[in-house]
Each structure stands twice: as C-alpha cells, then as structure tokens.
Design a protein around this ligand. Sequence first.
Ligand SMILES: Nc1ncnc2c1ncn2[C@@H]1O[C@H](COP(=O)(O)OP(=O)(O)OP(=O)(O)O)[C@@H](O)[C@H]1O
Length: 285
Amino acid sequence: MMNQKHWQRDHANLDEDLLSVDDVAREAALLAGAGPSRERIAELAGGKPLLSIESLHAGYGKMEILHGVNLQVAAGQSLCMIGPNGAGKSTVLHSIYGFTRITAGSIRVNGEDITRLSPNQKLKACGIAYVLQDNSVFPDMTVEENVLMGGYLLAHPDQAREAAERVFAKYPSLAHRRRRPARVLSGGERRLLEISRALVMNPRILLVDEPSIGLEPRFIDMVFEILSDLQRGEGKAIIMVEQNAKKGLQFADIGYALVSGSVAIAGTGAELLENPDVGRLFLGA
Ligand SMILES: Nc1ncnc2c1ncn2[C@@H]1O[C@H](COP(=O)(O)OP(=O)(O)OP(=O)(O)O)[C@@H](O)[C@H]1O
C-alpha cells in the first residue's frame, strides 16, 4: 500500500493539489491494466536493444513484485522509470543485476540470455554495473581506495589500478582528492565517486538508483551532466530510477511509468512529460 508520507515527500510542491492516496492507487491500477504493446517497447529502443527484458516475473522470497515486465534499451540510450513508492522500480534494477528471485521471463544482453547469471558474472561478462543509492561510499577509506573497490573482480591489482587511473583521468576533481578520506567530499562529489567506482569495470550498461536523492540542485545538474556524457559521449546505456520524476523524464530518451509491478505507460521522456495521466498521477500537474 502506498505510503502517504512518502508520496507527499516526493511531491512536496503539490500542496493542496495533492491527490489522495486512494485516488492515485485507483487510477494507477486502471492504467496498469492496459500497458504498452511489445511493438511500442521495441520501437522506443530503435529496434536494436542492448538490454531486453521479456515478461519478467520476479520478487523477493515467495513475494512476487514484478508481474510480467517488458523493457528494452539500446546502447547510447537512457531510460527512466517513474512511479509511486513500492511500484517495483528498484526491483527492476535488482532483477537486471541478479538480486531477486526470477520465476519467469528472460533478460538478454545483445540477444544472449543472462537471466540466471550472478551479479559478478553480469558485471564481468556482460558489462552491467550498478550505481548504488546514496551513501554507499566508505567514509573512512580514501577516495582512491573507494574507486579501487570497483575493480575487485579484476584478476590482478595492477589491472584495477590501471582502470582506476582511467577513471581519475576523466574526473580530475576526484583525482585531486584521491588521498583524502571520502568523508570530506561534498554530496555531489560522493555521487561522482559512486559513479566512478561503477565505471572501473568499463560497463556497457549502468543501472542508476535515484541519482538525485539528497543532493542540492547544483549537484543534481552536475550528476545529470556526468550521466549524459557517459550516455552520449561513451555510448553507455543508462537505466535509472528517479524520484524527481520531472528531472528524470527531461533527461531520459525513454520513460516508463511503473504501477503495481507492471509497466503502465511507456514513451519518450518528452511524451511522458506531456501525458496528462502522467502529469496528474506522477508529476502533480
Ligand atoms: N530486499 C527486499 N526484500 C523484500 N522485499 C523488498 C526488498 N526490496 C524491496 N522490497 C519490496 O518490494 C516492493 C517494491 O519495492 P521497490 O523498492 O522495488 O519499489 P520502488 O518502486 O522502487 O519504490 P520506492 O520509490 O519507494 O523505492 C515493496 O513492497 C518493497 O517493500
């Protein structure tokens, strides 16, 4: 059941326009019944998906959270998932990375079935990296040690050091502080550190959970610029969950609205921003 406090927190600027939790749940459940066609999902990824999810049923233990999710994203594209608390957005990321129990459906990278691979196999063999939510840096370790942790799967420490240097060359502001404990970093720099750690393995697909959470506006813009560079400059595919739905949809090529473990609406980010149902239910328009 959706939590009123969370809903208000995430939509704090709605004030008196706030829909009641029951209204949102009722309307959203109606939307979830229809859902986008598979053709539309494929079309949004330009017919050339790097990552493709088909009819995914997944959850935790015996509890099924995702009830037949379809999703496709191409190299160099970004996809943002929005939706109410508990809709299953993070669970989609968890499932791609291998943290959930998958009971049906498939996950493919470049057509190869990776549904049952472990997170380590996914990171190493398929180039899927997870940028954890806020507060995943180790504050008492140096910036450099934090970045090096991203290379724990590499066979030799020299390989990790080499990979870390590649990341430091890209982000001089972080390189500058490499010997300092991570606790001295600002919120924005910490987020950059979290992204940098995920980049050590040079992934093709980045799963990003709530990139803007807890950040001041100027750092939010910085983080989205970094993600944009990785997407457009390096051709990485980015799949994100973003509680700032407007910001996420402005950034992303593709937007999905998830409701009750299903994709209720899919379109370009711009289409979702203009969609009256999305506006009323998720953006407070
Ligand atoms: N590790 C877990 N073990 C058991 N249940 C979980 C776990 N993680 C999430 N859940 C449950 O799965 C459901 C979907 O949660 P999920 O975090 O995917 O939703 P979400 O759409 O990302 O919401 P939010 O915006 O609140 O993070 C919720 O009922 C949640 O309690």
